[in-house]
Design a protein around this ligand. Structure first.
Ligand SMILES: Cc1ncc(COP(=O)(O)O)c(C=O)c1O
Length: 421
């Protein structure tokens, strides 16, 4: 048995039932009251000593980006498109940090000219290009160096810092690169950025990773000519997508990193510096759901099959096709109130056998028209799915400010317009 019975209704399922007439399907719904609560607990766990940087890639809907503006300090963008989303959401460019291993000269120039707060340089060559563009345009650009650490911390679902990774400057080359950047007049070396991996649910691994990153900041800031201004910890805080996953105990992480954070904050070099925790999925992943109607239910030899309006094309991560090795069911509920529970295979509408939303899941008896609710879909949903595949309708997006309030349609704020043609 792969899935668990989902008869018990939770608050988001109740919401879908209550506002069913106002919600078109298929769609994503983001509960912003939960996003707010999550941000508060994140900040509180570190006693408000860390700023938060939101990774737009997790959910680039402009309304979401705009909403967060009041509650976080920085925005992590990884493309010029994301930069433009942030700008159009009214975010001041000084709050934007621009990361990514494949920035073109045109991307860098646009970012400089538009006043990007910090460019996160991923290699020596990029530092040289920023310096040259700065010289040509008489702009001194605040620049962070992305570090690819030597130490490997176990427990992350996805790594961005292996020996062969394309990200950042290897820690062992850092001293030379800092000295080189220090000689470039149009670069203001302002600190470091480390993002080792993501989807970590182990508190111990998160603490060890943060400890390692703080050590890197401390050691290498010693080679800088001026005090640090901003250092960014790529936190990798994960989401409990599957049944046996446990939520991160933030308090444990906060308490255990506190002494190291205190030591760091007492280093003369960091007294005036900001330190930010960079995160995407932890902030919005659990606060979002994807909903889709059952188009039909049919018998397929040994099992009962339900087919939805959207599957992998709308929510690739939920079908296990976004970097998951073992296919497990996301947490799923339904608006069906049937007393009887049955086993289902749930598929999307695509003509491919990888479009499986759930295997052997027990749900109240489904009929055409019932709504399936896929939880933990707020991050890497809409924008991380192959929406164009087989040319089905794209999902709508809604924002909810509170469980008692009707949904706000934010479909027109999606990021498709920023991709270009
Ligand atoms: C540089 C960087 N920052 C932030 C993130 C956001 O990760 P998450 O949404 O898991 O917090 C990623 C994810 O790939 C990343 O590569």
């Amino acid at each position: 048995m792969n899935g668990r019975s989902s008869k018990m209704k939770d608050i988001k399922t109740e919401y879908v039932q209550t506002f069913r007439d106002l919600l078109q399907t298929p769609s994503y719904i983001y509960f912003m009251n939960e996003v707010y609560d999550r941000l508060e607990s994140l900040k509180g766990a570190f006693r408000y000593k860390l700023d938060i940087s939101y990774s737009i890639k997790a959910n680039p809907n402009r309304s979401v980006v705009r909403f967060l503006g009041e509650y976080i300090q920085y925005y992590d963008v990884s493309s010029l498109g994301e930069f433009n989303v942030a700008m159009d959401a009214g975010i001041e460019p000084e709050r934007i940090t621009f990361v990514g291993p494949g920035k073109t000269n045109a991307d860098l120039k646009a970012a400089l000219l538009r006043g990007c707060g910090y460019i996160v340089a991923e290699d020596e060559e990029e530092i040289g290009i920023i310096n040259k563009i700065g010289q040509e345009n008489k702009i001194v650009q605040k620049t962070l160096i992305r570090v690819n650490p030597l130490k490997y911390v176990k427990g992350f679902g996805i790594y961005m810092s292996s020996g062969t990774a394309q990200f950042g400057i290897p820690e062992e080359c850092l001293e030379d690169v800092i000295k080189m950047a220090g000689k470039m007049p149009w670069i203001k070396l302002s600190g470091f950025h480390v993002f080792t991996g993501t989807q970590c649910l182990s508190e111990e691994s998160l603490v060890n990773n943060m400890k390692n990153i703080l050590n890197i900041f401390t050691e290498f800031s010693g080679f800088m000519d001026q005090p640090s201004e901003l250092n960014i910890i790529g936190a990798g805080f994960g989401v409990p997508y599957f049944d046996r996953d446990e939520k991160i105990n933030l308090k444990y992480v906060g308490v255990n990193i506190e002494p190291y954070l205190e030591d760091y904050l007492n280093v003369e070099n960091f007294k005036k510096a900001k330190i930010a925790l960079e995160s995407g999925r932890y902030i919005i992943g659990e606060a979002g759901i994807y909903i889709s109607k059952v188009i039909k239910v049919k018998q397929a030899r040994k099992c009962t099959v339900a087919i939805l309006e959207g599957g992998m094309n709308h929510n690739m991560a939920a079908t296990g096709n976004l970097g998951t090795l073992i296919k497990r069911n996301y947490k799923i509920t339904t608006t069906s109130n049937d007393e009887k529970l049955e086993d289902y295979y749930i598929y999307g509408p695509l003509c491919t056998n990888i479009d499986i939303v759930a295997r052997e899941i027990k749900l109240p008896t489904l009929d055409a028209g019932d709504i399936i609710i896929i939880k933990n879909s707020g991050a890497y949903g809409f924008s991380a799915s192959p929406l164009g595949f087989i040319t089905h309708r794209i999902p709508r997006e809604y924002m909810v400010l509170d469980y008692n309030e009707p949904p706000i349609d934010i479909t027109s704020e999606n990021n498709l317009a920023y991709i270009g043609h």
